[in-house]
Every structure is written in C-alpha cells, then in structure tokens.
Design a protein around this ligand. Structure first.
Ligand code: RTP
Ligand code: MG
Length: 137
C-alpha cells in the first residue's frame, strides 16, 4: 500500500447534467481526499496532451471534441492506493459493463459520454496532475 495521487475529471457531460457534487461526494465517501480542485474548459492542445496515449486510435477525434465541448471539473485526489480506489468508484470504461454502484454503472450508458476520468497508474497521476495544476508542480 502506498499513498498516491490521481487526477480525476468530471467530464463535460457530467458537469452539464449537474452531477459534479454527486461524483465528488462518492470519492470523498470512499476515503479519498481532495488535494486540488478547479473548473476549467480544455483547449484542443491540452486535451491532446492529456489523452496522448490514445493518439491514432479511431475514437481519438471524437474524444478530443467531447472533452473540449464545455466546462469540466478537475481534481487531484490523494490517499492509499488512490489510483485503483478511484477507478473502482468510477467503474468500467463501457458503462454497460460497469458495476451497479459505480458512477458509470449508475449514471451513464454510452462509452463516449462516460462522465468521469481517472488516472490509470501512479506515473499517469503525476503527469496529469502537472497538466491540470502546473502551479502546484
Ligand atoms: P478515462 O481515461 O477517460 O478515465 O477512461 P478509461 O481509462 O476508462 O478508458 P481509456 O481506455 O483511457 O479511454 C479513454 C476514453 O476514450 C473513450 N473511448 N471510446 N469507442 C471506443 O471504443 C472508446 N474506447 C475508449 C472513452 O470515453 C474513454 O473514457
Ligand atoms: Mg484512461
């Protein structure tokens, strides 16, 4: 076990649907601490950097278009095993395969509009926290 940082995004669909409070509350109830929090709207350049690992995949264009489509909320969450804990709270990438009780399982249907992002490794957590909160690094 190790204390980790994860970068989560309340994506534009969740923000527009008024689910920001519900989503942040679920992470807090899990035991993760909000270490940084902001509302922002991404430029295409920042979106392409954040999702750089997916460059070249068939859904990349749509992903960038969606994530830049409106305001979102970014947060750094901190805690024991924060990467895995946050992804458990979020649920599987495809909401139709996400467990009931997870955010995607409870509130989403389509893979392209799946409400939340969470870093997938401690290294990604540090890299993504630097993209969204450069003033802290
Ligand atoms: P995220 O990065 O947003 O937290 O999602 P994730 O780790 O669960 O999934 P990832 O593989 O990193 O994919 C990033 C986002 O791309 C969209 N996607 N669409 N059409 C498709 O087959 C497909 N696959 C992925 C999803 O919106 C996913 O969250
Ligand atoms: Mg991912």
């Amino acid at each position: 076990m190790a204390v980790e940082k994860t970068l989560i995004l309340v994506k534009p669909d969740a923000f527009a649907r008024g689910l920001t409070g519900e989503i942040l509350a679920r992470f807090e109830r899990k035991g993760l601490k909000i270490a940084a929090l902001k509302q922002t709207t991404l430029t295409v350049e920042i979106a392409e950097t954040h999702y750089g690992e997916h460059q070249g995949k068939p859904f990349f264009g749509e992903l960038v278009e969606f994530i830049t489509s409106g305001p979102l909320v970014a947060a750094i969450l901190e805690g024991e095993s924060a990467i895995k804990a946050a992804r458990q709270v979020i649920g599987a990438t495809n909401p139709l395969e996400a467990a009931t009780g997870s955010i995607r399982g409870d509130f989403a249907i389509e893979v392209g509009t799946n409400l939340v992002h969470g870093s997938d490794s401690p290294e990604a957590g540090v890299r993504e926290a630097g993209i969204f909160f450069p003033e802290l690094s």
